[in-house]
Design a protein around this ligand. Structure first.
Ligand code: DGL
Length: 285
């Protein structure tokens, strides 16, 4: 990727999501690249993105990308399927550094792993409505001469369940059954968790669909970025990641879920108001 030629290994990697979901991606990024510095933005004041219009999602994405660019990052990870589905093109247009989305790496991995050639996708309304996964899986399958059936379903209540840490509650099992039971009869062997909040509900989803492999798009995206950085000799060696967290709403709620998700103590998140993001989005970088 020629965008890297002016970059330096020591620059941070920018990561954003509408809320805490992207922390499931950050966990895999840290695991694959433990020597890096990460700047994470969770736009918790405006979550969920998944029920909003494409115009609003693109508007917010522009602001988040510009915010991360102000840290002189060497790459940006859109740790949000909704923003990846609706605004990856925009993010790549405005960013002078490489931008990794969630959908392509997950689509490649799903096609490679599926034996039945029937793949399920769950995501937000906006992601499923965009048909981005069907397009991407269709392209990957065509390039390999395969015929793949894709079954997609929006599960909008999963994001608030994850944000509220409600995965163990009996009501969550009822909601999961309501959304997912139809996948049991379809012959799928892979279910793509096409929303970065959903790995926070992995136990719940796994219990509802016991014989289906769950694909975590954060894991596949982290592998893709790690490969790119290695090829471009931009990967920072070391074992001590630096993580800086920013959130557009309450730092307290964000902090406890962040530590649980990442698995080690993190510095306190810093609050940045949506109005500040708005100003940056308008002025650009
Ligand atoms: N975590 C995000 C995703 O991967 C968005 C959830 C939301 O804000 O609706 O789609």
């Amino acid at each position: 990727m020629s965008e890297f030629t002016q970059q330096s290994q020591t620059q941070p990697i920018g990561v954003f999501d509408s809320g805490v979901g992207g922390l499931t991606v950050l966990k895999h990024l840290i695991h694959s690249m433990p020597g890096e510095e990460f700047v994470y933005l969770g736009d918790t004041a405006r979550v969920p993105y998944g029920n909003k219009s494409p115009e609003t999602i693109r508007h917010y994405t522009r602001q988040c990308v510009n915010f991360l660019l102000s840290f002189d990052v060497k790459a940006i990870v859109i740790a949000c399927n909704t923003a990846s589905a609706l605004a990856l093109d925009l993010a790549r247009d405005i960013s002078p550094v490489p931008v990794i989305g969630m959908i392509h790496p997950a689509a490649v991995s799903a096609v490679e792993q599926s034996i039945t050639k029937k793949i399920g996708i769950i995501g937000t309304r906006a992601t499923i409505g965009s048909h981005a996964y069907e397009h991407e899986i269709g392209n990957v399958a065509e390039s390999k001469g395969l015929n793949i059936e894709v079954y997609a379903k929006a599960c909008p209540l999963f994001v608030p369940l994850a944000e509220e840490d409600f995965g163990q509650h009996p009501s969550a099992a009822m909601i999961a059954h309501e959304y997912l039971h139809e996948f049991l009869a379809l012959g799928i062997d892979i279910l793509v968790l096409g929303c970065t909040h959903y790995p926070l509900l992995k136990d719940l989803i796994g219990k509802t669909l016991p014989d289906i492999s769950l694909l975590d798009c954060g894991e596949t995206a982290a592998k893709e970025l790690c490969n790119i950085l290695q090829i471009e000799e931009q990967k920072q060696a070391g074992e001590l990641p630096i993580v800086r967290l920013f959130t557009t709403d309450s730092v307290h709620a964000f902090s406890s879920i962040a530590e649980r998700c990442i698995g080690f103590p993190l510095p306190d998140p810093i609050r940045i108001s949506p109005e500040t993001l708005e100003e940056q989005g308008l002025s650009g970088i």
